[in-house]
Design a binder for this molecule. Sequence first.
Ligand code: AVI
Length: 372
Amino acid sequence: MTGGRETMTDQTVVTSASLGLSDDAISASVVPIDSLVHPHVVRRLAGLSSGRATSAASSPEADATMEFAVSVARGLSDHPRRLESRFLYDAQGSDLFERICEQPEYYLTRTEASILSAAASDIAEKTGDVALVELGSGSSIKTRLLLDAYVERFGSARYTPVDVSSSALSVAETEIAAHCPQVDFDSVHGTYDDVFPRLEALSPCMLLFLGSTVGNLDHVETAAFWSRVATHLKPGDFCLLGVDTGEDPDVLHAAYNDAAGHSAAFTCNVFARMNRELGSSLDMDAIDHVARYVPHLRRVEIFGRFLKDQDIEIEPLGHTLRVSRGEMILTEVSRKFRLRQLVPYLCTFGLVARHVYADRDRRVAVLLLERT
Ligand code: AVI
């Protein structure tokens, strides 16, 4: 063995010489950590990850801001840079998303509503009298079509909407009480995690996951999501899943770049939210919305593109990151589905498609899945 440092693994001895490196190259590669990240930021983040950062001053709002700050710091340090899409939906973002749903180019919402309107009574007949539990219920407008069908068939209905927006839940409650008083309304203000453990007590039930929200999860999140659904639903329970099956590039491009500019405002809002909540001092006039359909990945990718160099401050962490002109920060992906791949995939989680409802143009599908 000639020169070089040794690293022992179970089977192999690797030397710096065998890697073609001299000892000088190794010592020259030592980079002071302080030049990469400020010690103050290290203390903050290390404290957070060990759960020690919650101080006496902590409150749910402060914790939520810190969670946003850490997520932004993490996502902007990633390659490619990204932001978690759940932060698109603050009060302004939720309003903008409602506007998107009303745009003529955004076919998903109205197409899914028309499928539900035609299929509601058939769905009620197939599931029998089950409690309806809706993830990310928002205004619950589409769900009223289903509730009407359940009330008509069974005389009453049980409905548990789940949403992080308390204002959306109270609007839904008022509207449903006025429009359909036979509905027993029992909402959950929180995330999916808050409702999964309650599903067993709500069984027999049908979990509603509409609007192709599943398309905003990446592959890892998707598998984790379906595992949880499969764990918490009992055999014989149902899941009603709405997915976008569109594949026409022009139609998809228009849907995510509406002429009225609501899609652009929705993307930019997450950067404006960083200004509001994290003191990021971003020049909003120098951030553009870019949405493009990538056919081979069957997904729309949405970015904020920086038109000039900007320093992004993350005040709660005392951290600043530089983004250069031309850089694109991924804010969201929206996957589009092929039923011949999706249906067998769901089977691997014990969720069997009993019926698939679709529109004439095959742009949207609603799957009635049974937990076997
Ligand atoms: C909520 N989700 C299904 C929407 C979508 O189509 O992926 C979010 C959205 N983003 C921009 N426009 C719509």
